[in-house]
Every structure is written in C-alpha cells, then in structure tokens.
Design a protein around this ligand. Structure first.
Ligand code: GLN
Ligand code: ZN
Length: 773
C-alpha cells in the first residue's frame, strides 16, 4: 500500500521528454567525456543542468511543479541500460568495472554500451516500433540481482531540492525481462522471465527508497505488455504481470504506482493489471481503442494517452479530447497524457526558422505537445467550454492542411493508380544469377562495404560552408569528388571487390533523399535520440512525393569512372524513408510508400542507363516498422515488401540489386526478406555472432547473403582471427556461393584509423577462408 492514502494523480502529464537537450548538449558532453576532453564531474554538471532546464520548461508549458506531473526520466545513454545497472545485472565480462559495493562509475556504465578490448558491448536493438535502440540485458540463472545503483533516487532528490515533486520513471520489471536475452552461459531454453521472483525484491527496495525520499508516484513503463512480437507465450507474460504487480502492489510504504503501456493496447493484460493494487494505468489511445470495463478498473486512475508521442503532427485535438472524455465511462478518475514518451519527437517547433509557415501551423513537437496535454487537462477539469478556443484553432489548422497545395498531386496519384502486377516482379532468380555472373565476374566470397565511409570533420565543414554560402556549388562538388576519389583509391588498395562512392555528400541516408524529393521538408534543430549519443534529424513527409530530377546519378557515375571494379549505386528504400521521417498521418502508409517507391524506381532506371551495374537499396527499417500486433503484420508486409519490389523491379536481369537490413532479429520477417527478392541482402550479424545467418538459412533463403562480420557500432578493431571465425561460422550454415563478406553497417560514424585496420583485417580473413576452401 502507498505511504498515505493514494495521492491524486496529476490531471495532465507526459510519459517522458527528450533527454538529449535542445541543442544536443548531452550528446556533446557525453562524446567529450569519451574523448577525454571533460571529466565525469563536468559531464554530471551538464546533465544536471539539462534536467533542471527540462523541469523548468515543463512547468512553463503548463505541467504541475509539485504534483508528480513531471516525469524524472533522464538517462546518460539508455533507460534499459540504466535498469541493468540499477538491478546489478552486469554481465560478468564487465566485472572489473564494478566496485566492491556493487556500483559502476560513469566510465564503466558506458563500457557496457561500447565494449572494450575483447569484451563485446551489449547487443543493441530497436525499442518497440520506434527508431530508438536499447541495450539488451543478458540474464542467466546465475545473474545476481541487487539494488546496485540509486541514480534515479538521487535525481528525484535533486529535483526536490530545487522545489519540484517529480515522478521517477523506471522500465517495469516484466518488460525488463521480456526484453532480456538469455546470457551465453544459460542452458538452452532458459527464459529470463523465469527470474522474475528474484528481480521483484530489487524493484521493491528501489520503490521503498523512492518513497523514503518523498516520491508520491512512480511510473513503471511496461510496453512489453502491448507487444505480441516477443517470443514469450502470452500466458507467461500475463502470469508475470499478475505476480509482479501483485507483490509490488502489496508492498507497504511504497509510492503510488502508475503502470504505463505505450506503443499499443494492453488487451488481455488490462484486466490482469486492473486486478492488482496499482493505482494508475496508462493507456495508449493513439494506437489502441478505449478498452472494455474490467473488475478493479473503476477504482483506478486511467491515464488517457491521447496526444501522439510518436509523431509531430498537431493533429485532431478535438478527437483527442473526446477520447479522453470517453474513458470516464470506465472510471471517475481520468487524466490525460502523451501516448508514449516524447523522446521520439524534437524539442520545439519554435526552434525552426525555415519551415514554411503553413507547415509550422500543422506541427507539434515535444513542447507543443506538452501544451496540448495542458489544454486537455484543463478541459477535463473545467469542462470543454474552458478550451473551445484552442480546440477551434487546432481544427482550423487541420482543415487548412487538408486542402493545402502539394498535399495532393494529381500526376503522382494517377501514376500510382495505374500500376499493374508486372510492375512489382523481376525476371526469374536463376536467370538473373547467370546474367550477373557474366556481367560482374566476381570472386567467391565477394567483399564489399555497406556504403558510407567515415564522415570526416572536413566533409562536414565543407557541407556547412556550402549551406551557408561560403562555398560555391562547383567548389563543393570538387571537394566531394576529391573525397570520392580518395575513398575509391582506398578500397582498391584494401582489395575490396565491389566498391562504393562513400556517401560523403549525404548528411543522412534519409534526409539526403528528403531534400531532393518534392513533398518533404527538413528541420534545422529537429533532433531525436537514436541510440546513446547518436541522434537523427527526421525529415517531414507532408505532401505527395515525386522526384524533380536525378539525385545520385552524377556521384555514382563519377565514382565508377575512377575504377574498373563495379561501384554500387546507393539508395535508401521506401520503407526506411518512411520509418525515419515524420510521415503524414492523413493517408495509409502504404500509399505514401508507393509514391516514394516510384520516385526511386526512376532513379534506379537512370543509374542503370548511366552504366551502374549494382544498385543497393537500403531497408534497415523494414523490421522496425513491423506492427506490434500480429493481426496487423500481413497488411504491413504486403505494402512494405511491395514498395521495395516496385522500386527495384524495373531493372534488367544483369543488374544486381542489393539491400541492407540493419538488425538482428529476423524470425518474423524472414518470409518478407525472401519476398524482397533482392539478389544480395546484407545483414547485421556480428553482435549476435552469426545467429541470424542461421535463422535466415533456416528460413529457406537461397539468394546472396552479406554476412556482417565486422561490428561497426563500436570503435573496436576486430582481429583477423575473430573475423575468420565469424566467417567460418556463417559458412557452416550457408553455402559458399551465397556468401558475401562485409561490415555490418555503414562506416560513417567511425574514424578512418579503425576503419582501415578493420577492413584490412576483414580482407585478410576472407583470404584465409578462400585459401582454405
Ligand atoms: N548505406 C548506408 C550507409 O552505409 C546504410 C546505413 C544503414 O543501414 N543505417 O551508411
Ligand atoms: Zn545498417
């Protein structure tokens, strides 16, 4: 039971707020700490300033200062990593960083994320259907759980000292274990969820500490409950919910508990949660409908997540208010919040100075969404009459958007409507294989890279100067060509078989295309965290998409002119362009994807005509957009795979299509990957030590597979031995004729020194294996 009679839940709140800083201050400080230019105390100071700025800003925007409305949800790197550290679940390979009292300093904390020497970092994977990546906990029968880190308590106390009563946010225990993988030494079939009873006492201890420090409400995020994509039987998940929240609910002297379920509907987990003593439940009403009544629900606060935390549209505020109001049918105590943490959206539309005015009016970033929550909370408290003006303004903006020029382009729509089945299908694979062998003459185990080479400070400076007018278009082109020349020469020197131009002209693999296609807008400061200190700046896809002119052709043709080896053309696929942009919400995604696919199809045709023999169409986000509910999979796979095929099916048999997928969980999309019908698919396999290669082969895949043996997500240089072992492992499950050798992702975030060494090692390993065969 909570300390006192349950304190009232704030009528308006958000599940979380961007942590990276309005100008990416945290990213800069963390990277400065890594490079040794600032020390841990400096980094902690920057982080404390950011937390303070966030609290002040949220109050300014209308959240309560002392009613637990402000989530205390900071992280230096990742909230799942924070939980790993809090519960002491640190894999034994990092034991040397753990102090005698079980704590880990900041340097040690980052080591789990980045690896060190022979010690691989924790695996990283996507957080539900977002483009945020978390670090995967490794849990085994031997993992000892203990309350090892109380940073969340310290941050709560820090807020309190500054006059704020905030609401600490933790990853809930069930989700934590659902997202964990069995540690390497665990027996086959071991399920991390089986350790729930050992984990719960640590959560209990942490909740008690928070209550002692004065926390009235604590938020436990349980998105694991809405997802069906997790390989745990649903009955086990539900039993875990009943057990975990049964125990935590009965705990004496605890804070009131708010269990939030972002990214989807709770479905059958809702009655289970309703039967426990938790005081508040958060429903994602953007993704799910208002649920049925359930025993116990009427006594709880229901937090209606009606403001979309996952996109940047101002949206239908009137509809959101109606949804929140309809929750009143389930309980007397209704509050309003965002559907998810706002960490998926940038800070503030007000920071944008170059967006068209009409677009600005259609948008809501984190700060505007907090304002919307405050408006709806006022409506819930004082009645609709109190908010008629803001509702009317939002309605007017929505109406203007529907009829704005560019939102509907007749030519684009006519072309999409006229598509036939044949537009989606290439020649038979067997014929393509022969035609490509003849055209390309590649050795066995061909080597290549994923596309980008390190983006040096010089490249970024040149781009900045070009953008601010200090560099002419001709000078910029010459500098980029010089870079392409260096990258081509380097690849020849290393001995790669299929070359790339290195993508120096691209700020980002999606934004670059967005800037060159009609229907998109780009932001100046719209950064969102992707993983750790890495941020992306998603473009805004607001209108019908078309290609005014060729985009990549000149660069690829220039690179090809420098070498006799084939240079891959390099494009980003339609699904990824959608996944990593903020996409219009006024038509089905599949329709938007087709428009993008047609623009790419024209680009590929132009590359082919210009003599490019291999085109890679990256789809790293194919898995990420997979809906969390199985009932939605078929429709998604149909349009996503269809759009890739539409983009690529126009080429001749002899033209080789590659794709690159950046993740390591293929099970559910294996059929989709086969249906892409790409000639070569490169995957991220290093961190899972080729597990995924086995999965893919088991799925009956007979096209080329680029085994990503060099893990580019950390600066570590893999040794020749290690790479040889990985390649051998891949060859144990895939026939040699299918295997390509490559890094597991693009090299743009790496430095040259480690890249060159690693690629040399990759080639050396390939030679070792080729000679042995
Ligand atoms: N071609 C891209 C690159 O190399 C692919 C990046 C990605 O998959 N995220 O940078
Ligand atoms: Zn990748």
């Amino acid at each position: 039971m909570p300390i006192s009679a349950s304190p009232a839940f704030p009528t308006g709140t958000i599940l979380g707020y961007p942590r990276i800083g309005r100008r990416r201050e945290l990213k800069k400080a963390v990277e400065a700490f890594w490079s040794g230019t600032i020390d841990a105390a400096d980094l902690e100071r920057v982080a404390a300033e950011l937390r303070a700025a966030t609290r002040n800003r949220l109050v300014e925007l209308g959240l309560g200062r002392t009613d637990s409305a402000i989530p205390e949800a900071f992280s230096y790197y990742d909230q799942v990593l924070d939980t790993i550290v809090a519960v002491g679940a640190i894999p034994t390979r990092f034991a040397s960083h753990v102090a005698a009292d079980g704590t880990l300093d900041l340097a040690g904390y980052f080591t789990l994320a980045r690896g060190e020497g022979e010690n691989l970092p924790l695996e990283m994977t996507k957080w539900f259907d977002s483009n945020y990546h978390y670090l995967v906990p490794e849990i085994g029968p031997e993992t000892v759980f203990s309350l090892a880190d109380d940073r969340i308590v310290r941050e709560f106390v820090e807020a309190k000292a500054a006059g704020f009563l905030t609401r600490p946010v933790l990853v809930g225990p069930v989700t934590f274990l659902l997202l964990s993988k069995a540690s390497d030494d665990a027996p086959v079939g071991f399920s991390p969820l089986s350790r729930l009873d050992d984990l719960i006492p640590v959560y209990a201890a942490l909740l008690t500490r928070l209550a002692d420090a004065g926390a009235e409400w604590v938020q436990l995020d349980e998105p694991g409950l809405v997802s069906e994509s997790i390989d745990v039987p649903r009955a086990d998940t539900l039993a875990a919910v009943a057990s975990a929240y049964g125990v935590l609910g009965r705990l004496t002297g605890r804070p009131a508990l708010f269990v939030a379920a972002p990214y989807g509907s709770l479905d059958d987990a809702l009655p289970v949660l309703a039967a426990t003593a938790v005081e508040a439940i958060g429903l994602d009403l953007v993704r799910g409908a208002v649920p049925q009544a359930a025993p116990g629900l009427a006594g709880k606060t229901l937090v209606a997540g009606v403001i979309d935390g996952h996109n940047i549209w101002r949206g239908d505020l009137t509809g959101a208010f109606a949804a929140a109001e309809s929750v009143r049918g389930l309980t007397d105590t209704v509050a309003v919040s965002t559907s998810t943490s706002l960490m998926h959206v940038p800070h503030d539309v007000g920071d944008e100075t170059s967006l068209p005015g009409s677009l600005t009016r259609w948008l809501a970033f984190a700060d505007q969404k907090v304002g919307q929550v405050a408006t709806l909370a006022l409506g819930l408290e004082s009645g609709r009459g109190a908010i008629t003006a803001p509702l009317a303004e939002a309605e007017a903006a929505l109406a203007a958007r529907r009829t704005a020029p560019g939102v509907h382009d007749g030519a684009v729509r006519d072309r999409a409507a006229a598509l036939q089945g044949a537009d989606f299908t290439r020649g038979a694979y067997a014929d393509r294989l022969i035609a490509q062998d003849v055209a390309l003459q590649l050795p066995s185990l061909p080597t290549t890279t994923i596309g980008s080479f390190p983006q040096t400070a010089d490249i970024r400076r040149a781009r900045a100067q070009f953008l601010n007018g200090a560099l002419s278009a001709d000078d910029y082109r010459d500098l980029m060509r010089a870079e392409i020349g260096r990258v081509v020469a380097l690849q020849e020197e290393i001995g790669l078989d299929v070359l790339v131009h290195g993508e120096p002209e691209r700020n980002d693999m999606v934004q670059y295309f967005a800037e060159n296609l009609d229907g998109f807008a780009v932001t100046e400061n719209g950064w969102v965290q992707s993983y750790g200190s890495r941020c992306t700046r998603p473009s805004i896809l607001w209108g019908d998409v078309s290609r005014p002119a060729p985009i990549t052709v000149d660069w690829s043709v220039y690179a090809q002119s420098l070498t006799a080896k084939p240079v891959k053309g390099m494009l980003t696929g339609p699904v990824t362009i959608l996944a990593w942009s903020f996409v219009r919400d006024d038509q089905p995604l599949g329709e938007t994807a087709r428009q993008v696919a047609l623009a790419l199809r024209d680009e590929i045709a132009d590359l082919e005509t210009a003599g490019i023999q291999i085109v890679q169409v990256d789809e790293p986000a194919l898995r990420e957009l997979l809906p969390l509910k199985k009932k939605d999979h078929a429709d998604y796979l149909d349009w996503s795979v269809g759009s890739f095929r539409l983009a690529t099916a126009g080429v001749a048999d002899a033209t080789q299509i590659h794709t690159h997928l950046c993740y390591s969980e293929f099970g559910v999309v294996i059929d989709a990957i086969r249906n892409l019908d790409a000639d070569v698919t490169s995957i991220e396999a290093a961190r899972s030590r080729m597990e995924v290669v086995r999965e893919i082969e088991a799925g009956g895949f007979d096209h080329g597979i680029g085994a990503g043996i060099y893990d580019i997500h950390s600066p570590r240089v893999p040794s020749v031995d290690e790479l040889t072992t990985l390649l051998d492992t891949a060859l144990e499950s895939i026939p040699e004729r299918q295997v390509w050798v490559n890094p597991d992702c693009g090299l743009k975030t790496r430095g040259y020194e480690e890249t060159v060494q690693s690629l040399h090692n990759m080639l050396a390993a390939t030679r070792v294996v080729r000679e042995r065969r």
